[in-house]
Ligand binder design. Structure first.
Ligand code: WT7
Length: 628
């Protein structure tokens, strides 16, 4: 190990970890990749076994466990009902207002079956896509699992998105049925969702039914013959507590999840039943090291891939106990998280660097008021973790005894790709090494491996079971976005810059394309710019990311106004509001600067790199392609 900060695992951590050795198993998994994944898959139950572990006859559309019959629900719920796990707690949920709900695996099955029968009675069929736009309440999870159970595809839209983004996603998925709630609690206030759904559904030819769960009890507008209260439906005989799990092909779609890219509108990534089951199961077990005695809290929104993989499917397939919390971390006081960790005896906490920095800001006295010694493992996800936040997490939250599992992955990868096992020596800010069965490299634009400590593009050299199968109804975009750049080699190109150090540890530097990570949320500069240009005053716009101490990055926008447009005092706020309205509050620019021109290449592409360097007072670098 180099001489920089290295944190070695204690003997206790070494003794307790599920996987005790990396090198030989990694070597085996690379030399015998199909056998390795087949062995992993054999830990799950299948209705019928596969003919082939991987079918790569239509690259880059890989198919996993081809010929096998399964349903992720069989492994997440059904098989546990035959064992002692049926009596185990599947999850504990705490509402921001202090409400508490607890579900055993048996109760989870009952709730999911009832929801599934309701969906069927509303005409949802195998292969249909149901859109879910909900606060973080248990019914959000029941809804997702109910879709999977009957072979429908869920498309969860994060509750922070605006009606515009929501409406587009509902239309793209052609959802006949949409599920929502009358609101959720955040910072003591009600977050309204139903009125956003109502606007999003104006001029929507597909949606015939909206199912609304009552959470807050506030008055909402219900459209007759379209809108139904969930609790009313649940009291009808159709909502039986018995429901068969639909038998699916391993390669059938399980869910759609939209994510931003460097160009165009967000794309719907599609994940499938079989491969995704195996991958979330294995990564959860080996990297997050979940065991029967654990209580795991993935403090993320179920509406993102982190929630899909490590709140919902990964823990359930492992028969684990999860904790879920509805609201804000500082409500009513900044000790809320620590209080809940103490109360419920949480052992694994998995969250984002932004959340850690946010809690760190309140100071360690809030942490010290509580006995959080139940924690044994901490995880990080969503953006590079700065060493300062890492050390605070390690020292103050983990009391220097919990390994920090910094997990690099994406919506597209379905599960962790680069992350340490708990037994690794750790370096703050490095996600360390690839997971078993996955080969990664850092290369230049021509595909040559770069020297240690030199920046290059991260690539994944071989397929893995958690990978998305495709982009929803857009074959070309899957190829174009991820596989074109290194087509010659058949490598997957995630769009991140990275480097290796002298110990062969990988350091993720950040996005290398026009994607901005704000508080761990992924936004495309193209979407932000098009939101700005949709304002009547704006002729052209450019958005860039600049470092921000809390959010990781913040959005800075540059705008050229239309000729003869009279600048008003409030214009800057109006433009910010426009972005909030179309994309949601996360995308709200930090600052907007009015300019007369934007740096462009001769072919008309905005040189965001130049804007960024100028804004930071840095050398603008090579501008030979600049138009003027
Ligand atoms: C992008 C993917 C992975 C689930 C949540 C985000 C960045 C993610 C890390 C990490 C450095 C990270 C990458 C990646 N990212 N985890 N541990 N260290 N960067 O999923 O919204 O699809 O975003 O998040 O830039 O490409 P996503």
């Amino acid at each position: 190990m180099g001489s920089e900060d290295v944190y070695y695992p204690s003997q206790e951590v070494l003794d307790y970890a599920t996987v005790k050795e990396y090198n030989s198993l990694y070597k085996y998994s690379i030399e015998n990749t199909e056998a390795f994944w087949a062995e992993q898959a054999q830990n799950l139950e299948w209705y019928e076994p596969w003919d082939k572990v991987i079918d790569d006859s239509d690259k880059p559309f890989y198919k996993w466990f081809v010929g096998a019959k399964t349903n992720i629900i069989h492994n997440a719920i059904d098989r546990h009902l035959k064992t002692a796990t049926r009596n185990k707690i599947a999850f504990v949920w705490e509402g921001e207002n202090g409400d508490l709900r607890v579900f055993s695996y048996h109760a989870l099955n009952r709730e999911v079956s009832q929801f599934a029968n309701i969906l069927k009675s509303m005409g949802v069929k195998k292969g249909d896509t149901v859109t879910i736009y909900m606060p973080q309440i248990p019914e959000q999870i029941f809804a997702m699992l109910a879709c999977a159970k009957i072979g429908a595809v869920h498309s969860v839209v994060y509750a922070g998105f605006s009606y515009e983004s929501l409406g587009e996603r509902i239309k793209a998925a052609k959802s006949k049925v949409v599920i929502t709630a009358d609101g959720g609690f955040r910072k003591g206030k009600i977050v309204d969702l139903k009125s956003i759904i109502n606007v999003a559904l104006e001029d929507n030819p597909y949606t015939q039914v909206v199912i609304t769960v009552k959470r807050t009890g506030q008055n909402v507008e219900m459209v007759s013959d379209r809108d139904y209260w969930y609790h009313d439906l649940k009291s009808l005989p159709i909502a039986s507590i018995k429901c068969n799990t639909e038998v699916m092909e391993s390669t059938d779609p399980l869910f759609l999840l939209y994510t931003s890219g460097s160009t165009g509108k967000p794309k719907g990534l599609v994940h499938t039943h079989g491969g995704y089951s195996v991958y979330t199961y294995s990564t959860m077990k080996m990297l997050l090291d979940v065991k029967s005695e654990d209580r795991i809290w993935t403090a993320a929104d179920p509406g993102w891939i982190t929630g899909h993989s490590y709140i919902v499917y990964g823990p359930l397939i492992n028969g684990a106990t999860m904790f879920l919390y509805e609201g804000a971390p500082n409500h009513p006081y900044p000790n809320r998280w620590w209080q809940m960790i103490e109360k419920y005896g949480i052992t694994i906490l998995y969250t984002s660097p932004t959340a850690i920095r946010g809690l760190m800001r309140f100071g360690e006295s809030w942490v010290k008021r509580h006995d959080i010694s139940s924690l044994r493992l901490l995880g990080s996800v969503g953006e590079p973790i700065n060493p300062e936040a890492w050390k605070w997490y390690y020292e103050v939250v983990g009391n220097k005894k919990c390994p920090i599992i910094d997990t690099w992955w994406q919506t597209e990868t379905g599960g962790h790709i680069i992350a340490p096992l708990p037994i690794f020596p750790l370096k703050p800010g490095s996600a360390t090494k690839p997971f078993f069965g996955v080969q990664v490299a850092v290369v230049d634009d021509d595909g040559n491996q770069v020297q240690p400590n030199e920046q290059g593009n991260l690539v994944i050299k071989n397929p893995w079971p958690g990978m998305a199968c495709c982009v929803h109804e857009d074959r070309e975009r899957w190829i174009e976005t991820y596989w074109k750049k290194y087509e010659k080699f058949g490598w997957y190109h995630p769009g991140d810059a990275a480097k290796y150090d002298d110990d062969n540890y990988i350091w993720i530097i950040g996005r290398s394309d026009d994607v901005i990570k704000v508080s761990g949320y992924r936004l495309g500069t193209a979407e932000i710019e098009s939101a700005l240009v949709s304002h009547p005053a704006v002729a052209e716009a450019a958005a860039i990311a600049l470092p921000h101490s809390l959010k990781g990055n913040a959005i800075y926008a540059y705008v050229i106004l239309k000729k003869d447009f009279a600048v008003t005092a409030d214009l800057e706020n109006e433009l910010k509001d426009q972005v909030t309205k179309l994309m949601g509050p996360i995308a709200r620019p930090e600052s907007i600067t009015l300019v007369d021109s934007l740096p462009k290449t001769r072919s008309g592409k905005i040189m965001r790199r130049v804007l960024k360097a100028r804004a930071q007072g840095l050398d603008v670098g090579d501008i030979s392609t600049l138009e003027e």
